[in-house]
Design a protein around this ligand. Structure first.
Ligand code: PRX
Length: 654
């Protein structure tokens, strides 16, 4: 049994939902959950057809599901415009003048957009895109700060059937260029900059740098002026948002698109090579976003919901843009850092806006714990009724702190497991029904046939670790990797015939709860963000001094995992502290700040087998335990290990 599993097994605290909460919740008992779950697995077509009726369709589907593994089509023959479910339909109800987005800029300004106002902006911007020649299925790259215009840009693409690809504002010019090239975008939407920790992040400058590297098919760049700083504008190509909006018509009649019309591409890290473009389509994705918000966040008209993610990640797509808007809920959106001007910012905002549902990442919670209890203690958090976490396994200490210090011991916590590829939450408690335990995402959501398998494909017994798989298609599943069907099959569908392999290790406890242990592949989870070790390695070897590099993860108190790199320099290059720093910066420059290695260790050679393969297992052991165990007889040169051990020990003592 692995150490991870043992630690989890010692966790026997259970928290049942409060009666008051359950009474009002959509799903108020485990019995109700189990009955619906059974229906959703045995009769997925019946279950999902009923759920889908709650969305706005222009034409009803002829068949709910067409499944030819690994390709699924949901609501075949159905037609819709995703933005009608998110916006138009609310305008005929009491929600028209209700706040859709309450936005706070990092410097402190507040802007509120009602559903009607948001709709108007989206219509106008849809016309801007049309005026600039964007057609259905054209790709539009979005590189924006966390301002309402990021959501407006995404929704405007969806409205005209263009495919958006949002690139997180923390990624580098190189990352933008790679994604531009991969998806063949024709238009880029960006801003002059955004605020982060009191500084301006110069987004337009990164777009310019990216376009210098790869202009490809990009004809137009639309620039939203967030900071008002001067930016270079290329004549004929670059246009200001404001000016384009002023020229555009304010009404836009949405066309209906096929249920399987592509909605967006979002890049995520894999275990090899460049990030892959995960493709999501319209009807099924929207349904996943809508129904998980409805059941897991138990969203209601009177709620004020806040998801602290960035729209550059899948969490921002599903749980800031599509899910909450389809549910017609009021949400808070925040531009900046959690610790600006100090670690009280989130709690001050919860108090100011009377937030009732709050969704964040364990890494943020751990940073708050470290900052001290006096920050949340200074604020009235009594408006909160439900808390959520996402992105990585939550350690019991963080769970308990969240429960007691933020939730006041009264709010259920939904620990939600899912991925960019799954589109929506897959495993999570239902807040009015599921007894929760610190560290487990508990039970699968409706329609999710999750299981843990061993190498032979047999289902693991209780407390036995294995691979997490999903055995049946679900509406919001990714349809493919953009432009790479082979990689799609190989990455997710080749371990077991017809089953989706998530890439996570997990086990089920005696009561059937799923405990996610972590990635099984060479993907790190740094502050809840996925990062391929191969990406960092290739960034390192791009530097003129580096001959070879190997990267592994090491548990990190706040970030979950830290990035540790081992580097062999080219002949004649001498290792020194400046070069070490330069290489760390170089990685940040190539990928983005989240990829900056925590430590770089120089080594005359890396541990290799006699056939020349780097022995990563040994490197992982070295960084986690400080020594290596097991069979090292295949190692070419034992001295290499001693050298690395010394370097790691020195770094620790510094
Ligand atoms: O390892 C799992 C971890 O994050 C991975 C997915 O990362 P990404 O596609 O970037 O999406 C993050 C937001 C959905 C998973 O393979 N992960 C995500 N949520 C959890 C988690 N690990 C444990 N518990 C979770 N609740």
């Amino acid at each position: 049994m692995s150490k991870n599993i043992e630690t989890h097994l010692q966790e026997n605290r259970v928290f049942k939902p409060a009666k008051e909460f359950s009474k009002k919740a959509r799903i108020s008992s485990m019995k109700q959950y189990e009955e619906l779950y059974e229906e959703s697995i045995k009769k997925p077509r019946t279950f999902w057809a009923r759920e889908a009726k709650e969305l706005a369709w222009r034409k009803k589907w002829t068949s709910v599901l067409d499944w030819k593994p690994p390709y699924a089509k949901w609501f075949v023959g159905g037609k819709l415009n995703v933005t009608e479910s998110c916006l138009d339909r609310h305008l005929e109800t009491h929600r028209a003048n209700k706040a859709a987005i309450i936005w706070e800029g990092e410097p402190g300004e507040i802007r509120t957009l009602t559903f009607r106002q948001l709709h108007r902006e989206v219509c106008r911007f849809a016309n801007v895109l049309l005026n600039n020649g964007v057609k259905p299925k054209d790709r539009v790259l979005i590189y924006m700060p966390m301002v309402p215009e990021a959501a407006i840009a995404m929704l405007a693409c969806a409205r005209i059937g263009a495919i958006h690809s949002v690139v997180f504002g923390g990624f580098s010019a190189d990352s933008i260029a790679d994604r531009l090239e991969d998806c063949g975008a024709k238009l880029v939407i960006t801003a002059d900059g955004g605020y982060r920790r009191g500084k301006i992040v110069p987004l337009k400058a990164s777009v310019d740098e990216a376009l210098d590297k790869y202009e490809g098919q990009v004809e137009t760049v639309i620039v939203y002026q967030r900071t008002g700083e001067d930016v270079a504008m290329k004549r004929g190509r670059d246009k200001f948002w404001k000016e384009e909006m002023a020229k555009a018509d304010k009404t836009h009649e949405p066309k209906a698109f096929d249920s399987e019309h592509p909605l967006f591409i979002l890049y995520t890290s894999g275990s090899t090579g460049k990030p892959k473009g995960i493709l999501h389509t319209s009807g099924g994705y929207l349904l996943g976003a809508y129904s998980t918000c409805k059941y897991i966040f138990d969203m209601r008209d009177e709620d004020v919901y806040w998801c602290t993610a960035d729209v550059g990640w899948i969490t921002g797509h599903t749980y800031i843009v599509y899910g909450p808007l389809a549910n017609g809920v009021t949400q808070v959106m925040y531009e900046g850092a959690p610790n600006h001007p100090d670690f009280g910012r989130f709690w001050e905002m919860v108090e100011r806006h009377r937030v009732s549902i709050f969704y964040t990442a364990p890494t943020a919670i751990r940073a708050f714990i470290k900052a001290g209890d006096h920050f949340p203690e200074q604020h009235d958090l009594s408006s909160l009724r439900l808390l959520g976490t996402v992105g990585e396994p939550i350690n019991p200490e963080a769970w308990m702190w969240y429960h007691l210090k933020i939730g006041g011991g009264r709010c259920p916590i939904v620990d939600t497991w899912w991925q960019t590829e799954t589109g929506a939450i897959m495993i999570s408690p239902l807040p009015g029904a599921t007894p929760t335990r610190p560290g487990t995402a508990t039970r699968p959501f409706f329609g999710v046939d999750a299981a843990i398998l061993d190498e032979e494909g047999n289902e693991c017994g209780p407390n036995e670790g294995g691979k997490l798989v999903i055995r049946k298609p679900w509406p919001s599943m990714t349809r493919t990797i953009w432009g790479d069907k082979r990689r799609f099959r190989k990455t997710y569908w080749s371990d077991y015939e017809g089953l989706y392999t998530a890439g996570d290790g997990a086990f089920r406890g005696p009561r059937g709860n799923f405990w996610i242990v972590g990635r099984l592949d060479d993907v790190l989870n740094v502050s809840g963000h996925r990062l391929g070790t191969a990406e960092v390695e290739s960034a390192l070897v791009e530097h003129q001094t580096v001959a070879e590099a190997a990267v592994v993860g090491r548990p990190h108190e706040i970030k979950g995992q830290g990035v540790i790199a081992f580097v062999t320099l080219k002949e004649g290059v001498l290792p020194n502290a400046e070069l070490n720093q330069e290489l760390r910066n170089h990685v940040a420059q190539i990928i983005g700040a989240i990829a900056r290695p925590d430590e770089i260790h120089f080594a005359p050679a890396l541990p290799k087998t006699r056939s020349g393969k780097i022995m990563r297992r040994l490197l992982k052991e070295l960084v986690t335990k400080g020594e290596v165990s097991g069979n090292v007889t295949t190692l070419e040169d034992l001295g290499v290990i001693e050298h690395l051990q010394e370097s790691l020990a020195n770094a620790k003592s510094q």
